[in-house]
Design a protein around this ligand. Structure first.
Ligand code: ADP
Length: 253
């Protein structure tokens, strides 16, 4: 949604109906999820999604800092989403700007609605999201990574939280926008879904589309989230399933 003249807008959907990177309108970018890469955090996950690279680390439940945020009958979820200075083309000014603060807040609220916070009164569950390389959809990649990191930390949750952005690009409703589509498209709509219940716990929209296009976009996003959900579960299976022959060899060594 950049402010550029019409003549500068690249053709985002070709005559063959394909996008600038050759994807169909309902196709996700390549997604790789790794659970537990960090040894010092209670839980962690790394997500490579198209050209996005995002690390998440989780600590807790632990003592609340600052103390006055403590709640007597439940845990609070605190989130810090940060973009590394080297994550974008032009060096980003380091530190928590307004955008990062807003994203941190909506992500914390999304997770507050899925963790069983009552089980850990007077504690904090701290989620750190570091965007190492950005190419649109980083808040969604952050939610996917944080969600797997929370599961890796053993935090009880209603469900994992797959997330994806849908939008409108060159007049078409598309799944999982990349940078050029985000910049030059008509709308960008990140969402996060609780797959078991079908409940949306994060929904934002920048740009414009009609109500009927919005309905189609949500359907596309829900289908996308369900595919992402499978990859998230597989990452956790890969981390925790022990290959019997390998375990026997290790035990014998
Ligand atoms: P998201 O990453 O969740 O899509 P935005 O829609 O705000 O969030 O940003 C889209 C993309 O724009 C980012 O993924 C990143 O590639 C780029 N971007 C965001 N903020 C900055 C910034 N301060 N400097 C340079 N590029 C940025």
């Amino acid at each position: 949604m950049g402010n550029v003249g019409a003549s500068e807008v690249p053709q985002l959907i070709g005559p063959d109906g394909l996008r600038i990177d050759g994807r169909r309108v309902d196709e996700l970018r390549a997604l790789r999820v790794v659970a537990g890469p960090l040894k010092r955090a209670d839980g962690s996950a790394f997500v490579e999604w198209g050209a996005n690279k995002v690390m998440a680390a989780v600590y807790g439940p632990r003592e609340v800092h600052p103390r006055h945020l403590q709640v007597n009958d439940k845990a609070i979820v605190q989130c810090r989403y940060n973009m590394a200075a080297f994550s974008v083309d032009e060096r980003k000014r380091p530190g928590l700007d307004r955008r990062s603060q807003e994203i941190s807040k909506v992500i914390a609220e999304a997770f507050e609605s899925v963790v069983f916070a009552e089980e850990f009164p007077r504690t904090s569950i701290d989620v750190y999201i570091e965007v190492l390389q950005a190419n649109a959809g980083t808040r969604c990649a952050g939610i996917v990574a944080a969600s797997v990191a929370l599961a890796d930390a053993g935090i009880p949750m209603v469900d994992l939280l797959p997330s994806v952005a849908v939008g409108k690009v060159g007049g078409h409703i598309v799944l999982d926008l990349k940078k050029e589509e985000d910049n030059f498209g008509e709308a960008d709509l990140p969402m996060a879904l609780v797959p078991q219940s079908g409940r949306l716990v994060l929904l934002q929209m920048e740009g414009h589309m009609t109500a009927s296009e919005l309905g189609r976009a949500l359907d596309l996003g829900v289908t996308g989230c369900r595919a992402i959900y499978e990859k998230m579960k597989q990452a956790l299976r890969d981390r925790y399933s022990v290959d019997p022959p390998q375990a026997m060899a290790e035990a014998a060594a």
